[in-house]
Design a protein around this ligand. Structure first.
Ligand SMILES: *Cc1c(COP(=O)(O)O)cnc(C)c1O
Length: 486
């Protein structure tokens, strides 16, 4: 293989993952001792293109990579990502007279709010992050600041206190807070990490599922009971539960949760890493359940999203929106950096809105994709992804070999299909059998204590008929390999 046979544009690849031989070759080819004299640009180009790149997964380039919601990379986003690297703009600094990057980032966040119908007046705190994990950390940090301050305001006599200023021990002591909890249903693992990082603690995440059959939904009575305990609370809404793609709330439940949150001084955070994208769907009967799942999101205090998933821009790019700009600036203020002065422009300095100071110009690929393709393209894309997922779901539902999870309801299916084999023998090897030909890639995960397989359709390369045939071929192949006939 030589450099010209590797296409490093956005062309599709047919393998979901490389062969073992490819990975072995690439690993053996790595330069493991630092050269005293560099090997040169031509050398490294060939090395990367010939030895290393063939051993990458097709996660973003193969239309049939379904293992994680990686999304792909649109041509416009890829082009803009090259430009972002070439000019290497640093959007921590807020220099609207020196670079258009500041204004472009602010504009892009507004375009995203238009795409997602999130009113920019409702959510004045907005920033790009490295991903939904970072956005969940932001949400937990803001929530923590709010609920402890709120406990202080509710004391008699009221006191003013701030975790951001005093630290968590002193602020909690002053506010009389002895217990902090995060109430959720089937939270993503990163929420546990976020609670650890901001000093709330993983053990403080309390899961309150409605029932065995609908564990992704809140038991509202139990939620009310937990909120009334001696504790301050963040309510975290899984909007798009990672295994099943189901949504924790509908519009009515969001309204009820808002009332409860206001009553108890709680904070509402939405983890919408891939679920947020459902806000682009039309309001039709086919999407009733999904429309409901993202209904009344304007009632949340903070929202985490991912652009490197369903928005199909390159890694890494996450989104964060909050209702409380001042509070966000209190938590993330980068004080006394006068040389990075904030300007007169009505754009709050990103320096005081998130974790990072120096930051990649992540906005440019998002801007490029949104402007190049527009709202309708993004809506049609998600509809195609859902159409494929539902067609696979329908096939599995009718199959004697496979079983659709978590239930038989096709209308609830978003772009995720969860399923298992009815035969324990097949099920035990299902994921490896499906993945063995390396044409598609699915992930395996536990669901209610049993192994299950998951197909997550995230890429813009989706073509419903073609990809449906690929998946059926894999499902039939796995059954045949386990000597079960369909
Ligand atoms: C992927 C995902 C995350 C973590 O996002 P990263 O982009 O990997 O940081 C968080 N929550 C949910 C529901 C996810 O699907």
């Amino acid at each position: 293989m030589n450099a010209t046979t590797i296409d490093f544009t956005s062309a599709a690849v047919s393998r979901a993952v490389p062969t073992e031989a490819c990975i072995e070759h690439a690993t053996a080819s790595l330069v493991t001792s630092l050269p005293e004299d560099g090997l040169g640009f031509e050398h490294i180009k060939k090395h990367i293109l010939n030895d290393v790149a063939p051993a990458f997964t097709g996660s973003s380039r193969c239309p049939n990579y379904y293992a994680y919601t990686t999304g792909g990379v649109t041509d416009a986003a890829l082009f803009a990502d090259w430009v972002a690297s070439t000019w290497d703009q640093n959007v921590q600094v807020h220099l609207p007279r020196d670079t258009v990057a500041t204004s472009l980032e602010a504009t892009t966040l507004r375009l995203l709010q238009q795409l997602l119908s999130l009113n920019e007046v409702d959510f004045p705190g907005r920033i790009f992050t490295t991903g939904a994990t970072a956005s969940n950390i932001l949400g937990m940090a803001l929530g923590r600041e709010f609920i402890v301050a709120e406990a202080g305001r509710r004391k008699s006599p009221p006191i003013r206190t701030s975790v951001a200023e005093l630290g968590i021990l002193e602020a909690c002591f002053q506010a009389g807070v002895t217990n902090m909890q995060v109430l959720a249903t089937l939270p993503h693992s990163s929420l546990y990490k976020a609670t650890s990082a901001v000093g709330i603690g993983r053990d403080s995440v309390i899961v309150i599922p409605r029932s065995d059959s609908e564990p992704w939904k809140f038991d509202l009575d139990s939620l009310a009971k937990h909120l009334s305990a001696e504790a301050v609370s963040i309510i975290s809404i899984s909007a798009g539960e990672v295994s099943s793609g189901r949504f924790a709330t509908n519009g009515e439940e969001m309204s009820q949760i808002r009332v409860l949150a206001d009553q108890y001084g709680a904070w509402i955070h939405i983890d919408g890493a891939f679920g947020l994208q459902a806000l682009v769907l039309p309001h039709t009967d086919a999407y009733k359940a999904l429309n409901e799942g993202v209904s009344s999101f304007h009632l949340a205090d903070s929202i985490a999203g991912d652009a490197h998933k369903l928005l199909n821009v390159p890694y890494d790019c996450g989104l964060f929106f909050s209702r409380w700009l001042n509070l966000q600036q209190t938590v993330f203020e980068n004080p006394n950096a006068t040389y990075l002065s904030t300007s007169a422009l009505p754009i709050p300095s990103p320096l005081n809105l998130g974790l990072e100071n120096s930051r990649r110009f992540r906005a440019l690929p998002v801007y490029a994709s949104l402007v190049a393709y527009g709202r309708i393209w993004h809506r049609d894309l998600l509809e195609r992804q859902i159409a494929l997922a539902r067609r696979i779901g329908s096939y599995i539902r009718k199959s004697a070999i496979y079983e659709l999870l978590p239930d038989d309801d096709l209308e609830q299916i978003y772009m995720v299909v969860l399923f298992r084999a009815r035969s324990e023998t097949l099920n035990a090897q299902l994921v490896s059998l499906l993945n063995a030909p390396k044409e598609i890639r699915v992930s395996g995960l536990p669901w209610k204590g049993q192994l299950a397989a998951r197909i997550a359709v995230g890429t813009w390369r989706v073509e419903v008929d073609r990809d449906f045939r690929m998946v059926v071929k894999a499902l039939e192949g796995a059954a045949a390999a386990a000597s079960l006939s369909l």
